[in-house]
Design a protein around this ligand. Structure first.
Ligand code: DX5
Ligand code: ZN
Length: 217
């Protein structure tokens, strides 16, 4: 399982520093939480910021859109240099169309579900996604406690992937830290987003080493 730090919990007055901290650790993914103040209460940043930080790094941009009607906003995020764009099942009626649009732009597409949404809601589109993002907190804020029961969905998605020969990665987002990372890895996630635990660590290299040790146990 790989770690994908989220800049949500970094100091927004120095995003460039946060990105280079992740880059320097040799991590493969950077998770970018876009919030619109409607789908979730907070507002974070949009495509402009993603486009600007794209100039400084080749890291894989894992863009998590927590926005209403993502179909209206996709173009800017595609153009900004996203590598993976994940949209919420709950945010659009036309999920299939949105995913198709992302794919046709040559970008990997992902689908996410909040804690109250069952895996059955995304069964019809699992054959077309590159990533499934399981929210283990209610989206909107960093620093929340992982809802343990959501990890059952990871197991469920692994079983479906094996049975149907699908290829998506399973990512877990919310409350992943030194106390919970082992459970997330045991459930079978391929990726784990880490926001506050990463950015509140004084020594980020040490934090990543400790997390990786726990993942391997
Ligand atoms: C929450 C975001 C997460 C957030 C996770 O809505 O989608 O990506 O950054 O933060 P932590 O790791 O602090 O729970
Ligand atoms: Zn996220």
């Amino acid at each position: 399982m790989k770690l994908a730090p989220s800049i949500l919990s970094c100091n927004f007055s120095n995003v460039a520093k946060a990105v280079s901290q992740v880059d320097e650790l040799g991590l493969e993914y950077l998770h970018l939480d876009v919030m619109d103040g409607s789908f979730v209460p907070e507002i974070t940043f949009g495509a402009k910021l993603i486009k600007d930080i794209r100039r400084n790094t080749n890291i894989t941009f894992d863009v998590h859109l927590m926005v209403e009607r993502p179909e209206d906003k996709l173009d800017a995020f595609i153009e900004a240099g996203s590598d993976i764009i994940t949209v919420h099942q709950e945010s659009t009626i036309h999920l299939h169309r949105v995913l198709q649009k992302i794919k046709s732009a040559g970008i990997k597409c992902g689908v996410s579900i909040v804690p109250s949404t069952p895996v059955s809601m995304i069964l019809p589109i699992l054959d077309m996604v590159d990533l499934v993002l399981i929210m283990t907190v209610n989206p909107g804020y960093g620093g929340q406690k992982l809802i343990q029961s959501c990890l059952d969905k990871v197991v469920e998605l692994r079983d479906i992937r094996e049975k149907e020969d699908y290829t998506y990665l399973i990512s877990v987002d919310g409350g992943v830290n030194l106390s919970t990372v082992q459970d997330v890895a045991t459930a079978g996630a391929d990726l784990a987003v880490t926001g506050s635990a990463f950015f509140l660590s004084e020594d980020k290299a040490e934090f990543v080493n400790k997390m990786n040790d726990l993942i391997r146990k």
